[in-house]
Write a protein that binds this ligand. Structure first.
Ligand code: DQA
Length: 147
């Protein structure tokens, strides 16, 4: 089983970016933890980060050829991007939305997710652990769906 992980804008700055909100782990540390956990599950994980909405849209569009499931933290595009939502609707790729912070506890504009209505589920507020939980849920979902 192959899982793609897409990290959206500014998440390459994790570790130094608002550590009180997003924690002190860097993106590569988060990715490494996820890959370590993936190995114990026999799952392959590929992680990508982009600050560009168009690039994220393209990756989602190609995702079906490469992955059995997708984890996405669209970051600020969560709250703005119809293009990312449409891309997710265009592919049959089980997807889980992850946020490090609890977007429902924050500013009103962060409490709206354009992505949430078109994904399997959303994990928000559990820090980097949210990515591991998303991976467990995807493995469960894909195995249940396969004959
Ligand atoms: C975020 C929450 C978003 O509102 C914000 O724009 C981010 C990160 C999170 O992981 O908590 O960049 O997606």
């Amino acid at each position: 089983m192959r899982i793609g992980v897409i990290h959206g804008p500014n998440l390459h700055l994790l570790g130094k970016r608002e550590p009180g909100v997003y924690g002190t782990l860097s993106l590569s540390e988060i990715n490494e933890r996820l890959k370590t956990r993936a190995r114990t599950l026999g799952v392959t994980v590929e992680t990508r980060q982009s600050n560009s909405e168009g690039e994220i849209v393209s990756w989602i569009g190609e995702g079906e050829s490469w992955y059995d499931g997708l984890i996405i933290n669209p970051a600020a595009y969560t709250h703005t991007s119809i293009a990312i939502r449409d891309a997710l609707l265009a592919v049959s790729l089980p997807t889980i939305e992850v946020h490090l912070s609890n977007i429902h506890k924050r500013e009103a504009f962060r409490q709206v997710s354009y992505v949430a209505p078109v994904v399997l589920g959303t994990i928000s507020g559990l820090g980097p652990y949210g990515y591991e939980l998303a991976m467990l849920a995807l493995v469960h979902h894909v195995q249940k769906a396969s004959p």
